[in-house]
Design a protein around this ligand. Structure first.
Ligand code: M6R
Length: 369
């Protein structure tokens, strides 16, 4: 049932282009607009929403962090993202105009379930983004947008994450479409780009052999750091989480701009640092800043592993290892930038002799608080 792969995780990584395409299927109509009839919250209610709050755990939380950039940009609605386990204990401000989005692969995560129950008690509407049909979280929500990743068996989430991102983009774009924002043209362009994005994920997968080779050479390292900026920051957090849970290595993700506020003190000779570089188009200011961050850490001896768009030449002089990803619109980049980090963690786990599909101490769904 592993379809010829050694591990479910490898199979699930390989299934990502299809999972992404399946999650888009039937949700974009012939005119290039979104048709999310399944989100049963009436457009009138969505137009009244004045705040979005996303609750989730682990990898799903990272999808939520990325969703915030998309939602705030395309809808101009303020969006907060919070770890579900923290949410209800701090007396959050919620009312009927708050749209709460609960993201969960399994639909059974107790922390997320308790957070959404709390939100509904305060009168907020809850939209679940979930991969498991009929599970508790969608059953207890006002509406659900299913991700169509298919069953995810490996404890480390991969294809579910990419489809959670797709679902979050769909919600952000749909809210933008329903409410009508000044980004109307951009929204139409992005919907078109999204409909082709599974091909880009496929292309990344075809070029992963050097990433595997590199991972094998790092098997005896103690620490790997991950840096990113803008949507690359949650991608860095996700890369670090994958490495912790699979390779049992110390891994941390930082916002690259925070380096000088502390983490740069960690940089030492030959420390592997993975940097997720945003597109040089679009938000080019951030791009230039991250290139100087790479320069700074390399000058202090770091071994730089740079994930950058095809055609981005500015990073070449400072990359000890360069991983190319296809050019995408800025906000969609996590769909391609995360894939090398999944492959990297999986290969390092294998090289260290760890159980890939069932890491120690972890369960696929965490049904206790
Ligand atoms: O089923 P859920 O999406 O609610 O699970 C949330 C987390 O437990 C999950 O993403 C966890 O962090 C994964 N093992 C990460 O790979």
């Amino acid at each position: 049932e592993k379809g010829g792969y050694d591990y479910f995780m490898l199979k699930e990584i390989a299934e990502q282009p299809k999972a992404v395409a399946d999650t888009l299927l039937g949700r974009i109509d012939a005119s290039g607009s979104l048709t999310l009839d399944e989100v049963r919250i009436p457009p009138g209610v969505l137009r009244e929403v004045d705040k979005v709050v996303i609750v989730a755990c682990g990898t799903a939380f990272h999808a939520g962090l990325i969703a915030k950039y998309a939602i705030e940009h395309w809808t101009r609605i303020p969006c907060e993202v919070e770890l579900a386990s923290e949410f209800r204990y701090r007396d959050p401000i919620l009312d009927p105009q708050t749209l709460v989005i609960a993201i969960s692969q399994s639909g059974e995560t107790m922390d997320t379930l308790m957070a959404l129950r709390h939100a509904r008690e305060q009168g907020s509407k809850v939209l679940a983004i979930c991969n498991t049909n009929g599970s508790t979280i969608p059953r207890e929500s006002d509406a659900v947008l299913y991700t169509h990743a298919g069953p995810e068996v490996a404890v480390a989430s991969t294809k579910a994450f990419l489809t959670q991102l797709v679902a979050c983009y769909l919600v952000a774009l749909y809210l933008g479409q329903v409410r009508g924002t000044k980004w109307g043209d951009e929204i139409r362009d992005v919907i078109r780009d999204l409909s082709h994005i599974s091909g880009a994920v496929e292309r990344v997968l075809e070029t992963m052999e050097p990433v595997r080779e590199l991972a094998r050479t790092l098997a005896d390292k103690k620490t790997v750091l991950f840096l990113g900026r803008h949507v690359g920051y949650p991608v860095a957090l996700e890369g670090a989480l994958k490495l912790k849970e699979l390779a049992y290595m110390h891994a941390e993700g930082f916002a690259a701009g925070e380096l000088k506020h502390g983490p740069i003190a960690l940089i030492e000779e030959d420390l592997p640092v993975v940097v997720v570089v945003p597109s040089p188009r679009g938000r080019s200011v951030i791009h230039d800043k991250i290139v100087s961050n790479i320069q700074e850490i390399r000058a202090r001896g770091a071994r730089t592993i740079v994930i950058a768009e095809e055609g981005d030449e500015a990073v070449v002089p400072y990359a000890d290892h360069l991983v190319r990803i296809p050019a995408t619109p800025t906000l969609l980049q996590p769909l391609v930038a995360t894939v090398p980090l999944q492959v990297f963690a999986c290969e390092l786990a294998t090289a260290r002799g760890n159980e890939v599909d069932q890491p120690r101490n972890l369960a696929k769904s965490v049904t206790v608080e």
